[in-house]
Ligand binder design. Structure first.
Ligand SMILES: [Zn+2]
Length: 277
């Protein structure tokens, strides 16, 4: 089997489907309108791919290296976060340092000890994301070299696409990549901001919303993810059950838009069906 866990056919299939639509519209549309309609529509689902990209970099989808490198190239073109960037900045950086704000690569606190606003955090962490990945890479040269290769390969593919049609490349790839890099960081503000804790069970917010976890592949079980970041995403609900007695009640949050809306609609539908039944 090409994938390590059969359930990963779910994100992989969607990633390839989105790539297929992107390329079909890029090569076969005679006007810019299909791109201008599809691009904003695709941003939401590419946002989910940002989460899956994160999971893949903790626990690779495939059993063979070439398939992992290929899916990383594709996800890099969809999210702006190329292969090894998550590994260096996040797994070897943030996961080791998130309890110490003077070291955390995704620090929400300024050196003076002030809680950053979401906007300040988003700009600072985004603009420093690749420089900090390279800084962590000084201690992990093999991973840093892979990051350089991935950046060059991504630039080469974008260069070829720009040569074919630079306006289409800008709309279909470059703008979403920059936007989603910012949005990925923007969303991580909700994971730890304001939680000045030494106990890992108290240092992370969780989201139990069903739709949120279906679309993000269990990113809401975030304390469990930080307790054992090598666990496959599909095992996080089970791990959460084992540790939930240590997580304080105030560390649970509602699902973000549009998941909270989807959950409310589902609940209303079920209530209506119950009343009629
Ligand atoms: Zn992580």
């Amino acid at each position: 089997m090409l994938v390590k866990k059969r359930i990963d056919y779910y994100p992989v299939t969607v990633i390839l489907l989105v790539l297929g639509i992107d390329l079909f519209i890029f090569f076969f549309s005679h006007s810019l309108w299909p791109l201008l309609i599809w691009m904003p529509l695709s941003l939401n689902i590419k946002g989910w791919i940002c989460c899956w990209n994160h999971h893949h970099q903790h626990y690779n989808f495939f059993t063979v290296p070439w398939a992992n490198r290929l899916i990383e190239l594709i996800m890099g073109m969809q999210t702006g976060i190329v292969g090894e960037a998550w590994v260096l900045h996040h797994t070897l950086g943030h996961h080791l340092n998130y309890l110490d704000q003077s070291l955390d690569e995704s620090a929400w606190k300024t050196p003076q000890g002030r809680l950053m606003s979401r906007l300040e955090y988003t700009f600072k962490v985004t603009l420093m994301s690749y420089p900090k990945a390279f800084k962590v890479g000084q201690r992990h040269t093999k991973s840093r070299n892979k990051l350089i290769q991935n950046l060059l390969l991504t630039a080469l593919v974008l260069g070829v696409l720009c040569y074919i049609d630079w306006v289409k490349t800008l709309i279909m790839f470059i703008i979403p990549m920059v936007f989603l890099l910012f949005m990925s960081v923007h969303e991580t503000y909700d994971h730890h901001a304001g939680l000045d804790e030494e106990d890992p069970h108290k240092a992370t917010y969780n989201i139990m919303d069903r739709w949120y976890n279906l679309c993000t592949c269990n990113l809401g079980y975030h304390t469990a993810h930080h307790i054992q970041c090598g666990r496959h995403w599909s095992e996080l609900p089970q791990l959460h059950e084992e540790i939930k007695h240590k997580i304080p009640a105030h560390l649970y949050r509602e699902g973000t838009f549009p998941f909270n809306l989807m959950t409310k609609m589902e609940q209303q539908f079920l209530e209506l069906r119950h009343q009629r039944g």
